[in-house]
Design a binder for this molecule. Sequence first.
Ligand code: B12
Length: 254
Amino acid sequence: MMKQKIREFAMGLGVDDVGFAAAADYKSSRSPKIETLFPEAKSIVVMAIKEMSHTESPNPQIAMNGRLDIMEFGRGINYRMARFIEKECGARAMSIPLSYPMNLDPATGGVIADLSLRHAAVVAGLGEFGRHNLVIHPRLGTRVLFAAVLCNLDMPSDPPVKENLCTQCNACVENCPAGALNNEGQTDVMKCLKVSQPYGLGKNIKFWAKWAGKTPEEQQKMFMSKDFWMMYQANFIGFQYFCFKCYTSCPVGE
Ligand code: B12
């Protein structure tokens, strides 16, 4: 009954699919325990949002702008879902970041989110891990993002996806310009980041370390470089992606 009410509300928000995961069924060995986020959490409402064609654009601004649109949409629906659960279902709710803020602790490499949306999506019956370590949705395929809200409503997990969705075609592995998927079951994060976020933290560290030892003239020259200008933009966008190859090369889905 409660699931139906929440499902209808989610679909009305314009998401492509919604699933439920009981907090007790969620397991992601490297992620923090759910209790550390929300001690009373009993379930996770996971929403799947189809990515549009922007990821296929050869122009990185167009590709990332489409991603920013969907991130904004994701934030909006998370807020509206949390609000619906609190106002219309008499429960307590907390939304999960689509990507960031994250605990950027050098001890964890800064790549472990507070809740793993892929692991939550799998328990919520929204898909299965593929060779690319992304979750493939049975109808939407790989090009889908997940958004989630934790709540204290006692709802059981939806039935898991049983079919093998990944065709093991290896296109994601072959098309990864970083070679980050060569070892099955793990993404080489540093290799992925170097190509997918070339103006991220790694570039910042290198830039400022180099800058410190330069003369004022050389520093001025560094400020006029493309690297610095691109870094400046990436710094306020958040995580700015320049690669979507594992995503776009996957033949599965609509
Ligand atoms: C940090 C992060 C990254 C980091 C690190 C990735 C990583 N290894 O986890 C980097 C920057 C490299 C990254 C890259 C990408 N990301 Co990212 N990322 C995240 C984020 C914010 C946190 C992930 C996390 O906590 N990982 C740590 C733990 C959970 O991972 P883990 O235990 O080591 O598990 C890994 C492996 O062991 C393996 N694995 C674990 N269990 C199992 C089980 C089976 C059967 C298999 C085969 C594999 C497997 O898969 C995991 C990934 O390597 C999530 C959002 C979120 N909150 O979940 C998005 C998220 C995972 N990213 C996403 C996307 C789309 C991407 C990119 C395509 C980038 C882009 N251009 O959009 C690439 C894909 C890279 C790839 N093929 O692996 C989507 C994935 C959607 C989907 N359909 O699955 C997410 C869920 C964001 C969202 N809101 O939807 N990402």
